[in-house]
Design a protein around this ligand. Structure first.
Ligand code: USQ
Length: 386
């Protein structure tokens, strides 16, 4: 298949590009490197420096003899997007090209606006370009489980049957996002669902949980093929952060009570889920929603698991209760369905002690690189900004 990967320089985008290329698909990688700019702006470093996308693509070719094509451009520039789709006309588009951080989006008015313009305008340009040049292309869009928030009822996969005043309908599941970033994903969802209906485009929204992990089969082939691993308080996800904190002796930063419960998945399962979505496309006019995670944990569960992994590795790991910089429920019901991807063939890589120990050992190997100054939370939801 001809697969276009948007946001191919990122934590998930680069392993996804290699994954499809390795399967023999014809991969075109797209990025505008804005994430690298945001990192520089905030003084954020990844655990190991990440080679340029150009260099990683060249290395991939040396290692595997497979070609990944590169296009550099910004999805908010509609001329770039139109030209791209006119030329490539892919079978599938995997769309990761969004500002992915909730804290980043809550930093200031500027960041909230930039996040929503980048994410919503970029996706909207993409939808118009698909309609113009490749209306049969399957769009696989990365959404987030955070679109649903933490309601006091079971979370369904995208839709819920509601009985009201004697009538019944299947309606989009209510959205209660917790940041301007999560809101941007909700707005995307509505735009995509709308055009699937009116233009009969085919789209899959992958409502992904929190991803963890440092390596995939392809990144492990060569140090120059590594992907970005963030542990800072803006772009790092919670388990990745806890692993780094454990290694450098910083008490694990559990925000508030730690009862916040989310869906989680291993980075290797992200690749498998995206592949399953691409190989089993939505139909014309269908807006398919798949909840993409494999297990639920509370933040405190994870901290306790990392503490135990540290003890197995001879490290004394403390758990801190940090004042919660976010406005979120710290104790709540959480039971989210996630059966559609297993029905398509997903066999999950669960967070076993062995997996946790291996990740901790890998992070420990890079301990000399850790910048302790970027670990503590620096952006508060309720704080006033100019
Ligand atoms: N948390 C801590 N301590 C930390 C960091 C986070 O207790 O040091 C807590 C947060 O308060 C939150 C939970 O852990 O309750 C998850 O936070 P996170 O930073 O790992 O994840 P989140 O901000 O929700 O965003 C991440 C990705 C985002 C993706 C989302 C999936 O950055 O791109 O959409 O996970 S989900 O959470 O299901 O919405």
């Amino acid at each position: 298949m001809r697969v276009l990967i948007l946001g191919a320089d990122g934590y998930l985008g680069w392993p996804t590009a290699m994954h499809f290329s390795n399967k023999g698909d014809d991969v075109v990688a797209v990025d505008n490197f804005s994430k690298r700019f945001w990192e520089l702006e905030l003084g954020i470093e990844t655990l190991e420096p990440v080679p340029t996308l150009h260099r990683r693509i060249a290395r991939w070719r040396q290692v595997t003899d497979r070609v990944i094509e590169l296009r550099v451009g910004d999805l908010t520039n509609h001329r770039f997007v139109y030209k791209l789709l006119e030329e490539i006309r892919p079978d599938a588009i995997v769309h990761y090209a969004e500002q992915p951080s909730a804290p980043y989006s809550m930093h200031s008015r500027t960041n909230a606006v930039n996040t929503q313009v980048n994410n919503i305008v970029g996706t909207l340009n993409l939808l118009f370009a698909i309609r113009s040049y490749c209306p049969n292309t399957h769009l696989v869009k990365l959404g987030t489980m955070g679109e649903y928030g933490t309601p006091n009822i079971d979370i369904e996969e995208g839709y819920i049957t509601i009985n009201h005043n004697g009538r019944s309908d299947v309606l989009p599941f209510p959205k209660q996002p917790g940041s301007f970033y999560h809101l941007s994903k909700v707005h995307d969802t509505h735009n995509i669902a709308f055009v699937c209906n009116i233009w009969k485009l085919a789209a899959t929204d992958l409502n992904q949980g929190v991803v963890y992990g440092i390596e995939t089969a392809d990144t492990a082939r060569d140090p120059e093929l590594r992907t970005a691993f963030h542990y800072d308080s803006v772009f790092g996800t919670v388990l990745n952060r806890f692993l780094v904190q454990a290694v450098c002796g910083i008490p694990l930063t559990v925000y508030g009570e730690g009862g916040q419960t989310r869906g989680f998945l291993n980075i290797n399962d992200t690749l498998r889920c995206v592949e399953l979505a691409v190989r089993n496309p939505a139909k014309a006019g269908e807006f398919r929603v798949l909840n993409q995670f494999t297990e639920q944990f509370s933040v405190l569960d994870l901290a306790t698991r990392v503490q135990a992994a540290g003890a197995r590795g001879g490290m004394k790991v403390e758990i801190a209760r940090v004042a919660n910089p976010r406005v979120e429920k710290e104790h709540h019901y959480y039971n989210a369905k996630h059966s559609k991807l297993p029905e398509l063939g997903l066999v999950p890589n669960l967070l076993t002690d062995e997996v946790l120990d291996r990740m901790l050992a890998t992070v420990r190997g890079h301990a000399h690189r850790i910048n302790r100054d970027i670990v503590q939370p620096s952006i508060a939801w309720a704080q006033k900004h100019p």
